[in-house]
Design a protein around this ligand. Structure first.
Ligand code: GN1
Ligand code: CA
Length: 127
């Protein structure tokens, strides 16, 4: 589909599109909300793979995911607050390094890492 070439990926009913730039988490969230979407929440291996292909193609390092650490629950949740139905953490993650890692990123290899929300990461939105 022309709208997905070259910086988008479709998987099932979901579309991922790259903004092509990096922002801290809160600004990244706003970019996607303004566009009528949200940050990516890969909920299956297929969705994770589609997003990974896009992160790799963009060649701008890791991309933010939507999910954040709920301090109250001590675990990562979706923006609405629900528990994760799928995860693909890198070995040893999430490690909440320095008790400062309340956001999550996808590496170019598709694995996830928890990272500080103030870090600038590639912005990809989910629609
Ligand atoms: C990174 O830079 P370093 O090695 O201290 C990463 C951590 C990971 C860790 C895994 C800002 O920490 O989240 O757990 O690698 N830091 C950032 O080795 O993403
Ligand atoms: Ca980490």
């Amino acid at each position: 589909l022309v709208e997905l070439f070259p910086n988008g990926r479709g998987v099932g009913q979901k579309v991922f599109k790259s903004a092509g730039f990096e922002k801290p988490f809160q600004e990244a969230e706003q970019v996607c909300a303004q566009a009528g979407g949200q940050l990516p929440s890969p909920r299956s291996e297929a969705e994770n793979h589609a997003l990974q292909q896009l992160v790799e193609f963009e060649n701008k390092g890791p991309a933010f995911l939507s999910m954040t650490l709920s301090k109250a629950e001590g675990k990562f949740t979706y923006p609405g607050g629900g528990p994760l139905v799928y995860t693909n953490w890198a070995p040893g993650e999430p490690n909440n390094d320095g008790d400062k890692e309340y956001c999550a990123e996808m590496y170019t290899n598709g694995k996830w890492n928890d990272t500080p929300c103030g870090e600038k990461r590639l912005v990809i939105c989910e629609f």
